[in-house]
Design a protein around this ligand. Structure first.
Ligand SMILES: *Cc1c(COP(=O)(O)O)cnc(C)c1O
Length: 379
């Protein structure tokens, strides 16, 4: 059976000896903009492509503003800072995520608190979130406070796992009720919609990533999207060393960051974003073919959840238990198919394991079973 799966994946993903999990897809247009960028001399944080790329992403996502950053982690760190997350605050998020989510929370000095995910969406569960807040927190005039630690719960960071939208409108409603600011980690979900609205646009802000393995890439890069003009202005300010505009003087009015995406990366992004619709269509076809194949093989395939349109960034299947999952991982790698398990849970990593967790039954159930399949945009 495993042999048949391996053959199918190899065939769908181009037939090579080694099949990576997700490789970038360049179509040639990147070369022209790169040449233009180099010849202009503007390769760093000033230049026309930064704004062009920002405008294109904002338009694609239906957000009023977009601010480009060096990577998605920096985008999330910046968004949390602007949301007013301070040392000793707490930020609710999921344990089933890439380490960047929990790292960015930690950079602000706040502590993550890990809440369970839903089994169908793989993202933060509104029921579990509300249960936690009802039992373990107290809503006061100036915000919601954790009953156990006494700390303020300032923000919540749901993540759209592997591109599948979580029930983000319900989560947004709960956050509003508890005066918690929602920042969406939409790093994996560019092109994914929930009830026809782009992920990352449901809360105060959302963040995207253009790392080499994401659906479009700038080499490394990220973006903050928001509908709030003041938030966007602050984001641009603190990601460009908080420098005040002046013809020659270097005046900085607070401690800022060197987080601005260079023009040369933005140029690649500007060429890539024009291909995004086509990439999404091809990824959807691939997902449909995987779904059909695994249905006939009797292996559960993760399809887009209800009310959602997923970008199918990474396709995934479920094995019966950890040992079956591991034997498939071993077998596939021995045949050059670079499948991978879900991330080690944040709540089990050394640097985060002392933080508070809700009941993580679904998170643990999924972590033992998930295998991500090679999901590069078919050529
Ligand atoms: C990719 C990713 C990020 C951001 O990663 P960068 O490499 O910093 O761009 C953040 N969160 C999640 C869930 C991701 O998958």
């Amino acid at each position: 059976m495993y042999d048949k799966i391996i053959d199918f994946i190899r065939e769908e993903q181009g037939g090579a000896k080694i099949i990576p999990l997700h490789e970038p897809r360049f179509t040639g247009d990147e070369i022209g903009v790169l040449r233009d960028c180099i010849e202009s001399g503007f390769v760093s944080s000033v230049g026309e492509y930064v704004e062009k790329f920002e405008k294109a992403i904002a338009k694609f996502c239906g957000a009023k503003f977009a601010v480009a950053t060096v990577n998605g982690t920096a985008a999330l760190h910046t968004a949390l800072k602007i949301a007013g997350v301070e040392p000793k605050d707490e930020v609710l998020t999921q344990s089933l995520t890439f380490v960047a989510t929990a790292n960015a929370i930690s950079y602000t000095g706040a502590s993550p608190v890990f809440i369970d995910v839903d089994k169908d969406s793989l993202g933060l569960s509104p029921e579990k979130l509300e249960n936690f807040l009802r039992k373990d927190s107290k809503l006061k005039k100036d915000g919601t406070f954790n009953k156990r630690t006494g700390r303020r719960i300032r923000a919540c960071v749901p993540m759209h796992t592997f591109g599948h939208p979580c029930r983000i409108d319900e989560i947004a409603g709960i956050c509003r009720k508890y005066k918690i600011i929602m920042i969406e980690d939409a790093a994996e979900s560019l092109g994914s919609l929930y009830r026809n609205k782009h992920t990352g646009t449901f809360g105060k802000a959302g963040i995207l990533s253009f790392n080499g393995n994401k659906i479009i890439t700038t080499g490394g890069g990220g973006m903050i999207i928001t509908n709030d003009a003041i938030f966007a202005k602050r984001a641009k300010h603190i990601t460009t060393t908080a420098k005040l505009p002046h013809k020659w003087d270097y005046i900085h009015d607070e401690i800022g960051y060197n987080y601005r995406l260079p023009n040369i990366n933005s140029a690649i992004g500007y060429a890539q974003v024009k291909k995004l619709k086509g990439f999404l269509a091809k990824k959807r076809l691939l997902a449909e073919r995987y779904a059909k194949f695994f249905k006939s093989a009797g292996i559960p395939f993760i399809s887009e959840p209800k009310n959602a349109c997923s970008n199918y960034w990474l396709n995934s299947i479920l094995f019966e238990n950890r040992s079956k999952r591991n034997s498939f991982l071993e077998f596939a790698h021995s045949r050059g198919i670079l499948v991978r398990p879900a991330w080690r849970l944040m709540s089990e990593l050394d640097m985060f394991k002392s933080y508070q967790c809700g009941n993580l039954e679904n998170t643990k159930w999924l972590e033992e079973r998930i295998v991500n399949l090679p999901s590069s945009v078919p050529k």
